[in-house]
Design a protein around this ligand. Structure first.
Ligand code: GDP
Ligand code: MG
Length: 205
């Protein structure tokens, strides 16, 4: 049966300064791109509504306000995240090397109930630059890193040319929804163990 309850999913976007986090979000939510570099100021999150199967979900996508340079994002930023998007720039080796640190930092700060299964998605951004000829991180190298971290989904994107942005965020939304459902079951089972387990036992979803 279609559920009419709207689900709010929190997604956070992390990665080095300048890799295109804000641009990707703007492209996804507002279908706009600006060449001008503006350190993100103020705005905590943007929202986007979408339908996944029979379910209406609201994605709440949290952007950093430039504090990523100091890795000093408050705990409220991480709290309750359902999926974490890590972005690097395929032309900036340092931003790729730092994925390890962002991955660890997220797990440390957000401390999800099961760190090994918490959903991440990696985006290799700015693939439009120089037709990809001057990139320093290959798709193969990036995928190896993703595989080594437990098969994290990987997308090559261009916020400028709106390449793969919708597909990447759809994957993010699906993983976030899945994570949200698992959390729901987990908490409901704690609160109403007998009733819920009985009711759910016939469901093979
Ligand atoms: P953030 O610091 O990670 O939020 O990065 P921004 O979104 O502010 O982007 C930094 C700079 O890179 C800006 O000048 C953007 O216009 C540019 N930029 C972002 N994404 C792309 C992209 O996909 N292609 C190109 N060519 N430039 C991009
Ligand atoms: Mg930004």
């Amino acid at each position: 049966m279609a559920s009419r309850r709207r689900t709010l999913l929190k997604v956070i976007v992390l990665g080095d300064s300048g890799v295109g986090k804000t641009s990707l979000m703007n492209q996804y939510v507002h279908k706009k791109f600006s060449q001008q570099y503006k350190a993100t100021i103020g705005a905590d999150f943007v929202t986007k509504e979408l339908q996944i199967d029979d379910k209406l979900v609201t994605l709440q996508i949290w952007d950093t306000a430039g504090q990523e340079r100091f890795q000093s994002l408050g705990v409220a930023f991480y709290r309750g995240a359902d999926c974490c998007v890590l972005v690097y720039d395929v032309h900036a080796r340092k931003s790729f090397d730092n994925l390890d640190n962002w991955h660890e930092e997220f797990l440390h700060q957000a401390s999800p109930s099961d760190p090994s299964s918490f959903p991440f998605v990696i985006l290799g951004n700015k693939v439009d630059v120089d037709g990809g000829n001057s990139r320093v991180i290959s798709e193969k190298r990036a995928k190896e890193w993703c595989d080594s971290k437990g098969n994290i989904p990987y997308f090559e994107t261009s916020a400028k040319e709106d390449y793969n942005v919708d597909d990447a965020f759809l994957c993010v939304a699906k993983l976030a929804l899945q994570n949200d459902r698992e959390q729901d079951v987990y908490f409901r089972n704690i609160q109403e163990p007998v009733l819920e387990t009985e009711q759910r036992s016939g469901c093979a979803c």
